[in-house]
Design a protein around this ligand. Structure first.
Ligand code: AMP
Length: 635
């Protein structure tokens, strides 16, 4: 068969979105067919498949469990943390999901209610999520590494009827007391959560709160072999809320629909990831992130292939563990992050050599810029095509990528290639006008946004408009603001140049500088703070925080430690700053704005640029001195 052409497919997807996506939707199960493929009458609120009724869980589980693939594996669990491994077939998964759906119903959770899932990388996490989808409850998975404060914020924002957690988990053997974090979060939150279901792994002792806390095992035993009919969901009904960082301190709850998301993910499995029905898919992310939602849970299962769920780190018990897992489970497609590759690159090649990686066809990477040396290292070490692709929590699936289901376009290391199906992107200036090829500008998307992209921000349509559309709307343009700087070259390839807003990307995890600043300024001895992202060899970016103390407060190591502890406690260990400097003042413009670019240039020992608007030039010298004393410049 002649290889299919990307250009032809992409042209059709943007010129005839209804024809293109309608055809993709036919491949899935609908209780009721859509009246129309796209309703953009309320742009930029797009509704895909209005009038259609479906169920995500039915499509991801029942459809396969009840057919000839029922006894094939759905979940392959590998847990170096516990030394355990297990396999769940589609039929077994269906039974578990049915039972947990019954548990949720029995506890009063129904269609449209929210459920927070705060679980480590265990099969039960997928069961809980799919059970929500089955009964039409809206899940909100919170990364089980986030602190009690972050969890409390999310509880207050989405007011869940139930919360599912584990007693604890481990990271390289170190216990994380999840249930204790939940207890603190529930004490701190204004919103009351009536039911907490605890998966007791016997990792960390915990005390149940009578009436509120129940164990997973007892709940499952109480419902027996229950069968719960999947709820008929409108295509535009929300399936989940996933919080992500933006320019304000308060995380945004990205709302995903049901039908559009399902169709887009299913189509991405063969069009983008080049999967066949005999493949095994492994996304090394965590279910707490968007990649985990789309490619640990929904994508592979909608497509009917096994998803590998890995509880562990890339270097434990040894840095060969990932290659060992690929060999053992005959993984066909791996999806990981540049950070992980940069970390593995530090170890001797002996850990890779000798492993049978013949099952592996492609390595996909996303989450942060993929630097050229890492690209070449992965390609040469694994001897497989390396596909860098770009997307965001908001998009739900790739926006810029090479499509491995089509004749691949030539790879250009450092660029994630061209637009994904359905996406029409441009690089524009501040006024929303396209800039010439090779010129830096804002990455922006033309409406309609394809299926599966965010519907709104939970509880605030205004915030959705303000965060993504009003920037160019003020210039009279209808364009989606992606938040990144980019260059489009002569061949139409995109080159990502980092965030254009105050968002930091640490090892692929997004954080708002405002979030970090707000936490630090809550310290009683802090007068002012500015946090920025600085380049880091392994993690891509790290946080650097500059703190001005209140008058009369003495600088001390103990105080610095307190501030670091505060950040770890309020946001989580991923937000631990690489640089924390106490300075007499921050560099500011005469209008009082902190000159972040000056802080960044100082940390990275780059040219300071135009300083004509600075209020007090001595601030620069003071910061320079502080960085030198700490040996903390970015080099
Ligand atoms: P998140 O919403 O946490 O997935 O973060 C999305 C952000 O990560 C994007 O806006 C980019 O800044 C960055 N990002 C994701 N993938 C890539 C990539 N392949 N190349 C460069 N930056 C990326």
């Amino acid at each position: 068969m002649a290889e299919r052409s990307y250009d032809e497919m992409h042209r059709r997807s943007v010129e005839d979105p209804e024809g293109f996506w309608g055809q993709e939707a036919e491949k899935l199960h609908w209780y009721k067919r859509w009246d129309k493929v796209l309703d953009d009458s309320r742009s930029p609120f797009f509704r895909w498949f209005p009038g259609g009724e479906t169920n995500l869980c039915y499509n991801a589980v029942d459809r396969h469990a009840l057919g000839p693939r029922g006894d094939r594996p759905a979940i392959l669990w590998e847990s170096p943390e516990t030394g355990r491994r297990s396999v769940l077939t589609f039929r077994e998964l269906l039974s578990q999901v049915n039972r947990f759906a019954a548990v949720l119903k029995r506890r009063g959770v129904g269609k449209g209610d929210r459920v927070i899932v705060y679980l480590p990388m265990v099969p039960e996490a997928l069961v809980a999520v799919l059970a929500c989808a089955r009964i039409g409850a809206i899940h909100s998975v919170v990364f089980a590494g986030f602190s009690f404060e972050s969890l409390a914020d999310r509880i207050n924002d989405c007011t869940p009827k139930a919360l599912v957690c584990a007693d604890g988990s481990t990271r390289k053997g170190k216990v994380i007391s999840l249930k204790k974090i939940v207890d603190r979060a529930l004490d701190a939150a204004q919103a009351k959560v009536p039911h907490v279901i605890v998966l007791d792994r016997k990792v960390d002792p915990w005390t149940p709160v009578p009436g509120r806390d129940h164990t997973w095992d007892e709940e499952m035993a109480a419902v027996g072999e229950a069968v719960v009919e999947p709820e008929r969901m409108k295509s535009s009904d929300p399936s989940y809320i996933l919080y992500t960082s933006g320019t304000t301190a308060k995380p945004k709850g990205v709302v995903r629909d049901t039908g559009g998301y399902m169709v887009a993910l299913h189509a991405s499995m063969d069009h983008i990831y080049g999967c066949t029905k005999d493949d095994v898919y492994w996304s090394t992310s965590d279910i707490g992130w968007v990649v985990g939602h789309s490619y640990i849970i929904y994508g592979p299962l909608l497509y009917g292939i096994p998803t590998l769920v890995f509880e562990g780190t890339p270097d434990s018990p040894n840095p060969g563990i990932w290659w060992e897992v690929i060999e053992r489970s005959r993984v066909s497609v791996v999806f990981s992050a540049p950070t992980a590759m940069r970390m593995l690159r530090k170890f001797p090649l002996d850990f890779v050599h000798g492993k049978d990686l013949s099952s592996l066809r492609h390595v996909f990477l996303a989450g942060e810029p993929l630097d050229e040396p890492t690209y070449h290292w992965v390609k040469e070490t694994l001897k497989k095509p390396v596909v860098d692709h770009y997307w965001q929590t908001e998009s739900g699936w790739p926006m810029i990528t090479n499509h491995m289901g089509f004749a691949p376009l030539p790879f250009k290391p450092g660029s994630p290639t061209r637009e994904a199906m359905g996406w029409s992107l441009d690089v524009v200036d501040e006024k929303g006008n396209p800039v010439p090829a090779g010129t830096r500008g804002f990455l922006a998307g033309h409406p309609p946004l394809p299926p599966g992209t965010l519907q709104t921000i939970w509880g605030s349509d205004e915030r959705y408009l303000e965060s993504y559309w009003s920037f160019f709307k003020r210039q009279g343009k209808d364009l989606y603001l992606c938040g990144d700087y980019a260059i489009k070259d002569e061949d139409g390839y995109f080159w990502l140049l980092g965030r254009a807003d105050e968002v930091i990307n640490v090892a692929g995890h997004r954080m708002g500088t405002r979030e970090v600043e707000e936490v630090i300024s809550a310290h009683p001895q802090v007068a002012e703070v500015s946090a920025i992202g600085v380049d880091d060899e392994v993690k891509g970016q790290e946080i650097a925080a500059f703190v001005v103390l209140k008058k009369g407060v003495e600088e001390s190591e103990a105080l610095k430690k307190e501030i670091v502890a505060l950040i770890r406690d309020r946001i989580g260990p991923i937000a631990t700053p690489k640089i924390l400097n106490i300075v007499p003042q921050l560099p500011k413009t005469r209008s009082g704005k902190v000159m972040r670019r000056v802080l960044r240039a100082l940390c990275e020992e780059k040219a300071l640029g135009d300083l004509s608007t600075i209020e007090d030039g001595s601030s620069v010298e003071e910061i320079k001195k502080a960085l030198e004393e700490m040996g903390q410049t970015g080099k």
